[in-house]
Structures are given as C-alpha cells and as structure tokens.
Design a binder for this molecule. Structure first.
Ligand SMILES: Nc1ncnc2c1ncn2[C@@H]1O[C@H](COP(=O)(O)OP(=O)(O)OP(=O)(O)O)[C@@H](O)[C@H]1O
Length: 124
C-alpha cells in the first residue's frame, strides 16, 4: 500500500474479522465445544488462583486452538465450494486441516493437565 495508513480500512477489516468470529461460534459445533472448554478452564483458573504466567500460557493455548479451528473452518468451506462431490484430494485437504486442530487441542489438554492436575490433587 502507498500513502498514509487508512484507519477506516483497518476498522472495516476488524468488522469483517468480527463477523468471522461470530459465524465460527454461531454455526460450528467444534468451535462451540472449544468455547465451553474455555469457560470451564477460566472458572478452574479463578478457583485455583493460577499464577500470571499460567494464565498467559493458557490464554495462548486457547487462542491457538480457536485460530486453528477458524483456519480449519475456512479451508472446509473453500473445499466444499471447490468440490461438492467426493474427491481424494479434498479428503487429504480436509483431514490435514483437521489434524492441525487436533494437534493443538492435544497440546492444550496436556498444558491443562500440567497446570491443574497438581492443584486438583492437593484438594484430596
Ligand atoms: N468432498 C469431499 N471429498 C472427500 N472427502 C470428503 C469430502 N467432504 C468431506 N470429506 C471427508 O469427510 C470428513 C468430514 O468432512 P466435513 O466437511 O463434514 O467436516 P466436519 O469435520 O464434519 O466439519 P463440519 O461438520 O464443521 O463441516 C473430512 O475430513 C474428509 O475426510
């Protein structure tokens, strides 16, 4: 882009991104599951009074899973547009995009375990 920064264009981009976030949580089942998991983790974080650094790591993990879910959904929609019928390449594209979400979800569960399991054990 040449010339000064276009603030209005930046604001419009935020609005479009906001619409994407709305549609993600409104229509995508997996994104809703991640949202519920996030609320549970936030409640646990408050209950166990986790440290600032633990909050930072958990927030990064949650954002990674949500971002992966957003990219996965975008790829799925594009794939459906490119080929509504079965196609072996579409299968690989969708499965690989889903694998990205799964890998980050596994890492989030491991991080959650490392942070919360010792605190849960202390309750007994
Ligand atoms: N057009 C297609 N060609 C080949 N395989 C497909 C196609 N559409 C879906 N699949 C296979 O079915 C799986 C599920 O695809 P689908 O698009 O239903 O995603 P999903 O995980 O059920 O997500 P959502 O319910 O949010 O759409 C894919 O991972 C892929 O293996």
């Amino acid at each position: 882009m040449n010339g000064p920064i276009d603030i209005l264009k930046a604001v419009r981009s935020f609005r479009y991104a906001g619409a994407g976030i709305y549609s993600l949580f409104r229509y995508e089942n997996n994104a809703r599951i991640h949202l519920i998991a996030c609320v549970v983790v936030a409640i646990a974080g408050i209950f166990f009074q986790i440290s600032t650094i633990e909050w930072c790591i958990i927030v990064i993990q949650i954002a990674l899973v949500w971002a992966a879910e957003a990219f996965n959904t975008a790829i799925e929609k594009l794939a459906d547009l490119v080929s509504a019928d079965y196609h072996p390449v579409i299968k690989v594209v969708k499965d690989t995009a889903a694998a990205g979400v799964l890998l980050l979800a596994i890492s989030a569960v491991i991080v959650g375990g490392i942070v919360f399991i010792p605190k849960i054990l202390l309750l007994f």
